[in-house]
Design a protein around this ligand. Structure first.
Ligand code: ADP
Ligand code: ADP
Length: 226
């Protein structure tokens, strides 16, 4: 089954900047996929389009069996997004943030509670569950963003530059965690401008530059050619 399919997807911003030029991309269910490219290549725009944060200019987006235009709510329910920037209400407590998020997706309290608790434990945030999020360390904020993205058990987890500005120790523990949830069946797509990250984690890769996919292959073939 296909987890994500982008067909002739284009985005031109209001100022006339053509950020994506008819890109085509397919990610299979269960894959760990990297979208690699330099700053300004169009990675965040692509993520924004898939997650309905940016409106497309043309093309189609399919998430599992849901077309984003025809069945937007179903498509959204399949996706968990870890954005680049910390974007919480800093006064809200850690566990409450997860429960609020679960509420957006219509999870009942008796489902949301155990789900939130399990994620807090897995991500090393249990001790901090009643702490306002603004008091967390940088690394803990990152992990909270991952927990929040997973609370409704999405089939597809999308991370936008997950380890930008993260120290090596936390980066490694995030990699281990992401590999685990991929093994458990969650499809993962991450954007990065950092080949080592893609190399360490991903089976398949697309390279984007100036709004165009310039390479789309499996990681091994790419590394053999470098
Ligand atoms: P990346 O995530 O790969 O760094 P982006 O998708 O953020 O790339 O940006 C792609 C291009 O679109 C860049 O030239 C960027 O300056 C431009 N861009 C991004 N957002 C906007 C916007 N809201 N309005 C106009 N141009 C934008
Ligand atoms: P800081 O941001 O202050 O450097 P972190 O929040 O990154 O600190 O890490 C705090 C502690 O939690 C560290 O000892 C780190 O090894 C540990 N840690 C990091 N990631 C995880 C994880 N996924 N699960 C459990 N513990 C973790």
């Amino acid at each position: 089954m296909t987890a994500l399919s982008l067909n002739n997807l284009s985005k031109t911003y209001d100022n006339g900047l053509q950020a994506l030029k008819e890109i085509n991309l397919t990610v299979q269910d269960g894959d760990f996929f990297a979208l690699l490219g330099p700053n300004g290549a169009g990675k965040s725009t692509t993520i924004g389009l898939i997650t309905s944060l940016v409106t497309k200019t043309a093309g189609q987006i399919q998430v599992f069996d849901a077309d984003l235009d025809e069945d937007p709510e179903l498509a959204k329910s399949y996706i968990g997004l870890v954005p680049q920037e910390f974007n919480f209400n800093g006064f809200e407590q850690v566990k409450h943030i997860l429960l609020t998020q679960a509420g957006y997706y219509g999870l009942a309290a008796n489902e949301a509670e155990p789900r939130a608790d399990a994620l807090l434990k897995q991500l090393g945030l249990w001790e901090k569950r009643f702490t306002p999020s603004r008091s967390l360390s940088g690394g803990m904020k990152r992990r909270l963003m991952i927990a929040r993205a997973l609370v409704h058990q999405p089939k597809l987890l999308i991370l936008d530059e997950p380890t930008a500005g993260v120290d090596i120790e936390l980066r490694r523990s995030m990699w281990t965690f992401l590999r685990d949830i991929n093994r458990q069946g969650t499809t993962i797509i991450l954007t990065t401008h950092y080949l080592e990250e893609a190399e360490n984690l991903c089976r398949n890769i697309a390279i984007i530059d100036k709004g165009e996919i310039v390479e789309n292959t499996d990681m091994k073939s790419l590394l053999n050619r470098l």
